[in-house]
Ligand binder design. Sequence first.
Ligand SMILES: *Cc1c(COP(=O)(O)O)cnc(C)c1O
Length: 381
Amino acid sequence: MIYLDNAATTRTAPEAVEAMLPYFTESYGNAGGIYRLGTESKKAIIQAKETIAQTLGAQPNEIYFTAGGTESDNWALKAVYEAYADRGKHIITSAIEHHAVLNVCEYLERQGARITYLDVDKDGLVDIGQLEKAVCPDTILISIMYANNEIGTIQPVKEIGGIADRHGILFHTDAVQAYGQLPIDVKECHIDLLSASGHKFNGPKGVGFLYIDQKVKLRSYMHGGQQERGRRAGTENVPGIVGMEAAVKRAYRIMEEKTAKEIQLRDYLIGRILHEIPGTRLNGHSVKRLPGNVNISFESIEGESALIMLDMKGICASGGSACTTGALDPSHVLLALGQPPELARGAIRMTLSEENTQEEMDIVVRELKGIVEKIRRCRSL
Ligand SMILES: *Cc1c(COP(=O)(O)O)cnc(C)c1O
């Protein structure tokens, strides 16, 4: 099997699994308990917050554990809208956000919010000038993703944060694809809220975090016990948190080497496909791009058929985001780049990890050539 869907999820690192195990079997105490079994769990949670805070240039009490990226995005947007309602009801986001942001925005619109969806250019970059113009006296929040999950484009986050800061507006970034892959400094980039998810950087599924700057005053999101400083109630997922912490340590330890290897494989794969298969186009920015992201549109191809044929060859790829796979609608991200729907339907996303090899890339190119030729031949009959 050749696994090329690391933007959908990653393999849990063995060291993350190993770190989790004792918290199922021996150290299973509720972190709220006053006995040693409980304080062991509590210590593990505090330690994990310290580890994560350090990677971001944040304070441990600014890290809140959640059940993943979707919850972090929901929390950030809904809680800011509620807490800052007296200041205004305007939120600025982009047209290419993940559905965990876009569908929350739609929900908030039904609650009375006014949302501006910024366009992106042909590479998927937001226009800083357009952002500046979109700011109104009643704007309370800018929510723009750090890096896109479909096309890998990395946004000018520091400039966006600078604008938010100058206007006294909060800045949330969905960094689910970026955290653990790229270095991030929340203070330097004026990020007030940041979403991340364990399973996107070789941690376990169902655990993530939301960074909330101390100055941001949000009310409780989950009502119940006093966990997470009373803001997110519920017994903590101690094994998940510990596993994610181990994955964070690993990600930062190998980041430089992993990035270099993925960029080399990425550019090799992109180069071969664009040169050797006619009617192909790279989606997303060629340089301001996640190290492992390859997204290519093939003319006169149904992406779905190609994915099924790739699967029969043991190659796991995707047509865009996993959430839209199975749907025949072309990706909202590719449409926002100005791509015609027929071409957008022929997009294939391959997201690499440091475990992939050049030999695998050669197999993928060979199989893709055969599959694309076959589909095109059948369509022209
Ligand atoms: C995967 C992903 C999410 C959702 O994260 P989950 O942990 O799967 O809920 C949100 N935003 C982006 C950009 C993602 O890639």
